[in-house]
Design a protein around this ligand. Structure first.
Ligand code: THU
Length: 139
């Protein structure tokens, strides 16, 4: 049976938020003092997470989502079914524009994101996205 099933009934949002908070506690954010944690449920039931990692060269900062997708790839790869990002208070945080693009690449069909507006789809937070399919297009 394929792991890519449209079944979101069993998403444990509390567990995802807890994983995001745990990740946030590992943030390296001495410059912004704005720790962020991100966590996602994979199509095969793993939880992957990441924290932001800043740099003295400010613009090189890695967002929590960036570290999270690196961890996804390093721990077996696959696609993301549900996503949760938190700030230092454990409050839900919207992923920045660049990170929406990172998430788009690794979305499972029907991926859900917890947002300040409740549960949203990838298409709602990044409409008309550029994706791998566009690389195949010829002029
Ligand atoms: N940040 C993230 O980690 N993810 C986001 O989606 C928004 C912003 C981080 C980057 C920087 O370390 C800090 O939040 C302040 O911008």
């Amino acid at each position: 049976m394929s792991g890519f099933i449209h079944n979101h009934a069993d998403v444990d949002w509390e567990a995802l938020q807890a994983a995001a908070v745990q990740a946030m506690e590992r943030a390296y954010a001495p410059y912004s003092e704005f720790p962020v944690g991100a966590a996602a449920l994979t199509h095969d039931g793993r939880i992957v997470s990441g924290c932001n990692v800043e740099n003295a060269s400010y613009g090189l900062t890695l967002c929590a989502e960036c570290v999270m997708v690196g961890n996804l790839q390093m721990t077996g790869g696959g696609k993301l079914r549900a996503f949760y990002c938190v700030d230092s208070n454990g409050k839900v945080l919207m992923p920045c524009g660049r990170c929406r693009q990172l998430l788009y690449e690794f979305r499972a069909p029907g991926m859900q994101l917890m947002t300040s507006q409740g549960i949203r789809s990838m298409d709602q937070v990044l409409p008309d996205a550029f994706g791998p399919e566009h690389l195949e297009e010829q002029l």
